[in-house]
Design a protein around this ligand. Structure first.
Ligand SMILES: [Ca+2]
Ligand SMILES: [Ca+2]
Ligand SMILES: [Ca+2]
Length: 295
C-alpha cells in the first residue's frame, strides 16, 4: 500500500468536504486565496487518473507531500491559531511563526499543527539575566476541521524552558482528560489562549493555574487586549521541506525589524542553533509537543 493510499484510509473520501467546510466557517473561502481542494478526495484511487480517466486532484498543490493542499494548510494554521497573548510591555517582541501541519500521526480525523514562535531576542529575566539573540518557543495544536474555529481548536500543548530546571508543561483542550482551555475574547468569542511570558517568552496555557510567579521561575504572563498575529510561514515536512532559508523567504529580514546577528539565512530544517536558542529543526519534530488525536 502506498503512503498516499494509507492517508486515504485515514481520512476517507470526505476530507475535501470537511476542510472546505472548516475553511468556509473560518472565513477562509476561496476568495481569500485558500485552496479548498485540500486532500485526497478520491480516497484510495490513484491521483493520476479518476475512474473516468480525469485528473480529479489536478489543482492540488502538495509540495510537502502530506496529503493536504499546501494553501489549505496555510489557511487552517491561521484560522485555528490560539489567541497569542504577548505581554504588552514585552521588551523583545519582534517575532514570527513557522509551522508544520499534517494529518495527526496517531490517526483520527484531526490535524496536528506544530508552531515554533521565533523571536529576534530573548530579553532575559530580571536584570537581563540569561538574555540572548534568537528565541524559539514551540507549541502544538490539535485541529478538528469538522468544527469551526475556535471550537475546532481541540487541544494545545506548550512547554516553557524545555530541558531546564525551569521546564513547565501545560496542556488544555476537550480531548481525553484534558482541562478546558482558558480563553481571551476575540471576534466576540472566547478563544483558547496561549501566553508568552514577559521577555523570556516561555509558553503557557491556562495562565491562572500554570503561569504563576512562584510556580515557575518567576515567569509573568499578562493578558494582551489584542492577540499577536505575527507572520506565519509553512516550512513543510521533514522529508519535503518548503523553506530552507528564512531570510530569502522574506521572514527574517532587517526590513521586518530583525536585528540579531547570526539569524540571517537561517535554515529551519538545518540542525544549527537559532542564535543563542535551540535547534528549530529539533522543535519541529519533537513529539513532546504532540497533542492528542481526535477519535
Ligand atoms: Ca501539504
Ligand atoms: Ca504540512
Ligand atoms: Ca525564551
Amino acid at each position: 500500500m502506498t503512503a498516499r493510499a494509507q492517508r486515504g484510509d485515514v481520512f476517507g473520501p470526505g476530507l475535501r468536504l470537511r476542510l472546505t467546510f472548516a475553511l468556509a466557517l473560518a472565513g477562509c473561502g476561496a476568495d481569500s486565496g485558500a485552496a479548498v481542494d485540500a486532500g485526497p478526495a478520491d480516497g484510495d484511487l490513484p491521483r493520476e487518473a479518476g475512474p473516468d480517466g480525469a485528473r480529479p486532484d489536478a489543482a492540488l498543490v502538495d509540495l510537502d507531500q502530506d496529503g493536504l493542499d499546501d494553501a489549505a494548510e496555510q489557511a487552517l494554521a491561521q484560522a485555528y491559531l490560539p489567541y497569542l497573548s504577548l505581554s504588552p510591555s514585552d521588551g523583545c517582541a519582534r517575532s514570527g511563526l513557522i509551522f508544520r501541519l499534517r494529518p495527526h500521526p496517531a490517526g483520527g480525523r484531526c490535524l496536528l499543527a506544530t508552531y515554533v514562535w521565533l523571536y529576534d531576542r530573548d530579553c532575559g529575566s530580571i536584570g537581563g539575566i540569561g538574555a540572548h539573540d534568537g528565541d524559539d518557543e514551540t507549541f502544538g495544536v490539535t485541529i478538528d476541521p469538522t468544527l469551526p474555529a475556535p471550537q475546532g481548536i481541540r487541544a494545545i500543548r506548550a512547554i516553557s524552558h524545555q530541558g531546564t530546571l525551569c521546564e513547565r508543561v501545560s496542556e488544555c483542550g476537550d480531548l481525553a482528560s484534558l482541562t478546558s482551555c482558558e480563553t481571551l475574547p476575540r471576534a466576540g468569542a472566547p478563544w483558547p489562549a496561549l501566553w508568552s511570558s514577559k521577555n523570556k517568552h516561555g509558553g503557557y496555557v491556562n495562565k491562572t493555574a500554570r503561569c504563576t510567579t512562584f510556580g515557575t521561575c518567576i515567569d509573568t504572563c499578562e493578558d494582551n487586549a489584542s492577540p499577536t498575529l505575527p507572520p506565519l510561514v509553512n516550512v513543510g515536512e521533514p522529508a519535503h521541506p518548503l523553506v530552507r532559508n528564512l531570510t530569502t523567504q522574506g521572514f527574517i529580514t532587517s526590513a521586518n525589524g530583525w536585528t540579531s546577528a547570526g539569524l540571517s539565512n537561517y535554515d529551519p530544517w538545518g540542525m544549527s542553533d537559532f542564535g543563542g536558542a535551540g535547534s528549530v529543526a529539533g522543535d519541529l519534530v519533537d513529539t513532546a509537543f504532540d497533542t492528542p488525536a481526535c477519535p
